[in-house]
Structures are given as C-alpha cells and as structure tokens.
Design a protein around this ligand. Structure first.
Ligand code: MG
Length: 400
C-alpha cells in the first residue's frame, strides 16, 4: 500500500436521542478507510466543530494516521493554551478516530490492539430515579430483575426534589434545589432501599457536586453504614483538597472526576489515594490516548476506573469506554445509560447490554459505524442550556 495519509477531518453533528452529539470522521488516502471518534460537548457543539474543521483539518492534512501519539501532542499544543474542554473534545474526536483506523489496519478490535482482554464483558451500573421512595424502589427492583447488580439511586433527580422552598420576595429565574433537604432525603432513600432490597445489591449515588464542601464530608460519613459501592462527585474540581478530610473520617468509597479536564485536577488525588474510582469523561480529557495513560497511572495506586457514560456521550464514545474497560486490569465499573432505537439505527455496531454486562463486538477498531444519511435527519439544537442554571433557595447561582 502507498504511504497512507490523512485527507479530511470533519465533524458530524447529530441528535438521534434529542441530545447533541459530535462525531469526528477522519478520512484517509485509502478509499473506504476512515476512523470515527467522539468529540461530544453537548452544550458547545458549534465551538468544537469549528476547532475540528477550521483548525485540525488543515493541521493534520497529509500526516500519517499511524502516528497517534505524535498527532495527539501536536493537537494538544497547537493552540498554545491547552487543557480546556472545547479543545480537549476536538482532540478526543481525532484521537479515537486514529485508534479506530489503526485497529482496522491491524484487523483487530481495539481491546486486542491495546493488549487483550482482562475480562469477558463489562459490568455496568444503571440509574434508578423516582418522584417517591416507592417509585425509586420499583425501578431498582426492575433493574435487579434484569440482572443488573450495580444501581445508582437518586430521589427526585440531582440535588433532590425541590419541595417547598423558603425564599425571599424576589428570586432570579433558575432551576432550584435545597442542598440540606437533599441531604436529609438521601439518607431516607438509602434507609428505604436497603430495607427493601437488603445488602446483596450494590448501590451508588451521585451528589453532582451540589453540596458545600463540609456538607459533602458529612454526607459521606452518614452514608457509611449503607455500604455504598461508591459515592460519586461529592466535590468539585475546585474543592478537591477537601478529599483529605473525607478520607480521615470515613471509608465510604469515593468516585470523582466527570468534570476534570486537566491532569493537575487528578494527579494528587491518585498519588495520595484520596479517591477509589477515577470517573473522567474520556472525550473531555482528550480521548483514548490520555485515558489509557491515566488508567495505568491509577493501577499503580490501587485506584479503579469508572469512566463517565451518560447520554451526552455518543455511541462511538461508549464503544471507546467499553474497549478500555475490557483491557484495564484495574477496571471498576462502567456507567451505562443505554441507547434509544434511533441511536441504534444511526450507529450500527453499538455495544450490547445483557444481564448487567456490556459486550463489545469483535469487528476491527472501535467496531462501530455511522449512517450519515440517517444522522442528518436528527439535527442538533443550539440554545441556552437550562438545566445548568441551578440555584439554591436564596437565589444564589450554584454548580449544576
Ligand atoms: Mg455523575
């Protein structure tokens, strides 16, 4: 084969499940040989698309797609300022696509290329929510009957049900929650679910960084008797130093990191063993290349992976998560949000869930494709994001 080169780097925007997704397609000089990657930053999709097409396409034209590490370094440093979420997502889209191409050239699924499987399938956790305790319990029971062993429980969404808020006469528009009410309700929720389901089932919970730091310490302590599999994102990237206090006071397992962009946000947490699970959003840190390095770094310190796997990751990104999960010996658990029918049609080759485990297919590369004609039927919407305009009862804007 003549020297293979990158010919075109472009972004495909689609929203088959009503959530903006960004997929990068890297086309090569070999007809029909291309790679796909996830660059999904659902709330800034046009900014990511511009980096991919206005900056990375000319930067990468004519390069050898085999040079993944070199291309990653060039993309990361090319704008001089680095480690921001918009650029990182664009870098990730190209990085995953290059791994996809490498797998296709080798005729191997990515998990083979990265060293082979450490396990046959990937254990996942599902998300059970509800307006009442009974409704959450019923949803937990349904998942458990489907063979799911790990279930994240929330009562009334992140930050809890708002209830009757004690407010001043004039409060700004926003999505309100009451952190103290949420803490009390969460303890009631765990009491109810443990009472109903026993201790055989693994329970998780996501605080979504919605508490003051000292309240987060308190919640981790108060939840200790309920033996969580992990407590997720109790502290924001800005308040990570407080994990030392959590560690001194309880043994509730801690998972953190879906907002991290920069290695300096996680390196001390790992070196000091302040968390138990790293759960970064892989496109948000720049793709498979940095995620593999991060997993190996964590392995040395006894910390497991729990990559972020919400609806605002494309099926291509979910496939990347699953390939990494299959390989890394220190895999812990995978968040799994499932696919709607429209997503399964747009993205043939999605990983499959059966009885609490997700299976990758054995096709070369990421094993997933995109039907661009179908994808075009589900255009993205650009609008001011509402759910992130969160406020506490006195009207103060707070982290979502
Ligand atoms: Mg979360």
């Amino acid at each position: 084969m003549p020297q293979l080169t990158i010919q075109k780097v472009r972004a495909i925007l689609t929203a088959p499940a009503g959530i903006n997704l960004i997929v990068v397609k890297v086309e090569t000089s070999e007809p029909g040989l291309y790679g796909l990657g996830c660059a999904t930053f659902a709330y800034r999709e046009k900014a990511v698309k511009s980096i991919i097409e206005d900056y990375f396409d000319p930067l990468l034209h004519g390069r050898d797609p085999a040079d993944i590490e070199d291309i990653w370094q060039i993309m990361n440093n090319n704008s001089y300022w680095r480690n921001g979420p918009v650029t990182n997502n664009a870098v990730s889209g190209v990085d995953m696509a290059l791994w996809d191409i490498k797998g296709k050239l080798a005729g191997m699924p990515l998990y083979e290329l990265m060293g082979g499987r450490s396990r046959g399938a990937v254990a996942v956790y599902r998300h059970a929510d509800g307006k009442t305790l009974e409704e959450v319990g019923d949803n937990v029971q349904k998942f458990h009957e489907d063979g799911v062993q790990h279930i994240r429980i929330q009562w009334g969404g992140y930050g809890g049900k708002a209830g009757a808020l004690h407010q001043s006469e004039s409060v700004p528009h926003g999505v309100y929650y009451d952190p103290k009410q949420y803490m009390r309700d969460t303890l009631k929720l765990f009491d109810y679910i443990r009472d109903r389901m026993g201790f055989e089932i693994e329970l998780l919970h996501d605080t979504h960084e919605r508490l003051q730091a000292i309240d987060a310490v308190n919640l981790a302590k108060e939840l200790e008797p309920f033996q969580l599999f992990f407590l997720e994102d109790i502290l924001s990237p800005e308040q990570g130093e407080w994990f030392r206090m959590v560690r001194c006071q309880c043994a509730t397992p801690i998972a953190n990191g879906e907002l991290y962009n920069n290695p300096k946000e996680w390196d001390y947490l790992i070196k000091e063993r302040l968390i138990d699970f790293i759960r970064v959003h892989i496109s948000q840190i720049g793709g498979i290349t940095p995620a593999r390095k991060l997993a190996i770094f964590c392995e040395a310190f006894g910390i497991r992976t729990a990559w972020h796997g919400p609806g605002d990751v494309s099926p291509v990104g979910h496939a990347a998560n699953i390939h990494l999960d299959l390989v890394c010996p220190n895999f812990g658990i995978q968040e799994w949000s499932g696919f709607k029918d429209a997503s399964l049609e747009v993205f043939p080759g999605c990983p499959e869930l059966r009885k609490g485990f997700v299976y990758a297919n054995s096709r070369p590369g990421l094993g997933i494709d995109i039907n661009e004609e179908l994808a075009a039927r589900y255009p993205c919407k650009t609008e001011a994001t509402r759910w992130t305009q969160t406020r506490i009862p006195d009207g103060t804007a707070n982290t979502p």
